[in-house]
Write a protein that binds this ligand. Structure first.
Ligand code: SF4
Length: 396
């Protein structure tokens, strides 16, 4: 197998784009080891360099966990809380604004709204919260909070709230710079008892693919990605990456693909599962780059592999994602984000330049059809000719 993969990888140097890599080849490469893995990373890095040069980006953001009630029960989740939990809650508008203002004071440009999916379908507590706040659904409340944050602070909202219908996407669109939904995996197997997505109606792959496809039809720049180490096979990982590639080829709106690694935590159902190794991440990032092509933005979170994330640069990423000077990572609260100075040092040591971007990537923020009318004055004020943030602020 190693020889075969090695020959395949040696041939990659001659290739130029995503169309060159077949599904069968990707399934071989995702198991690359030894020298073949180094060659695979080299091929992926070379492809990234050809299209992105040496610039690596990040977005300065605050994280607004609007509600931690959720209808799903993902086996790896530590964010969602059952109503019986003392920390189960929905933020009030004053709390939302306080976090956004603190972020604004620290130079943030993005308000990442991350929340449980359709909690009112399952939990009376969520319906009570919404009743007290005066909204018929969490999506309606989210829309109002996106508007409030933008109008009061100028932060650009980016909502990540689970599967959405066309109507809901249209409702959220005017006040979202971009939106996101991790595909996670196209494997239906993961919905079976004992698997990561058992008890999660929102994690049915067709529904997630449909949300991303509909966002494409509506011209919403979209972030998605895969979660690795949640019980999927390497081949299913490749299936997920090809599904994302197909969606993007259809609508051109997938602005960023995240490769995220599962981390075990003491309070989750999957607490005793093995975590993917750093090499597993490197293989997956490199194969993702070769499937998705040199123009796609590929991100891996630095805080989930604190000792080795610099290596991701050598496997083909060109973005570190959202980094917050104000709020912890509510999805992985035990994993602090690196400071921007540290991220810059690590990035520069590997031979790259760190630049701040908006929640809309440069290639999207410069296309009027992807920038909502109400948000245009702010994006134009903040961005330079290249579509990156004009004046990067020192963050201490
Ligand atoms: S990962 Fe997301 S969808 Fe799954 S339980 Fe947690 S909040 Fe809900």
């Amino acid at each position: 197998m190693i020889t075969k993969v090695s020959e395949l990888v040696a041939d990659l140097a001659e290739r130029t784009g995503s169309a060159a890599l077949t599904h069968e080849e990707a399934c071989q490469l995702i198991r690359a080891q030894g020298t073949a893995l180094v060659q695979l990373m080299h091929a992926a890095s070379t492809l990234r360099d050809r299209h992105k040069g040496s610039v690596v980006t990040y977005s300065r953001k605050v994280f607004i966990p609007l509600t931690n009630l959720c209808r799903d029960k993902c086996g790896y989740c530590t964010f969602a809380k059952p109503p019986s939990h003392p920390d189960a809650r929905t933020m009030t508008p004053d709390e939302v604004l306080a976090v956004a203002r603190a972020g604004r004071a620290q130079g943030c440009k993005e308000a990442l709204f991350s929340l449980g999916e359709r909690p009112e379908e399952l939990h009376a507590m969520a319906r009570e919260h919404l009743g007290q706040l005066g909204y018929p659904s969490m999506t309606a409340y989210l829309r109002a909070m996106c508007e409030l944050v933008y109008e009061e602070t100028g932060l650009l909202p980016h909502a990540n709230c689970g599967v959405l219908t066309r109507d809901e996407l249209e409702q959220l669109r005017p006040y979202n710079g971009s939106m996101g939904l991790m595909l996670e995996s196209v494997s239906e197997r993961l919905l079976q008892p004992g698997e990561a997505h058992y008890g999660c109606p929102g994690k049915e792959p067709p529904r997630r693919l449909e949300t991303i496809a509909t966002a494409g039809e509506l011209g919403v720049a979209f972030t998605t990605g895969i979660l690795i180490g949640i019980g999927e096979t390497p081949e299913e990982r490749v299936d997920s990456l090809f599904a994302i590639r197909d969606l993007h080829q259809r609508s051109g709106n997938v602005q960023e693909v995240i490769i995220q690694n599962f981390r075990a935590k003491p309070d989750i159902r999957m607490r005793s599962w093995n975590e993917p190794s750093t090499l597993e991440m490197l293989r997956t990032i490199a194969v993702a780059r070769l499937i998705l092509g040199g123009e796609q933005n590929i991100q891996a979170p630095p805080n989930l592999t604190p000792d080795a994330y610099q290596m991701y640069l050598l496997a083909g990423i060109n973005d570190w994602g959202g980094i917050s000077p104000v709020t912890k990572d509510h999805i992985n609260p035990e994993r602090a984000w690196p400071m921007v100075d540290e991220l810059r040092r690590v990035t520069e040591e590997a031979g790259f330049a760190l630049r701040e971007r908006l929640c809309l990537y440069p290639e999207y923020v410069r296309q009027p059809e992807f920038v909502r009318e109400r948000l245009r004055p702010t994006t134009e004020r903040l961005m330079d000719q290249a579509g990156l943030v004009k004046q990067e602020e020192t963050w201490h």
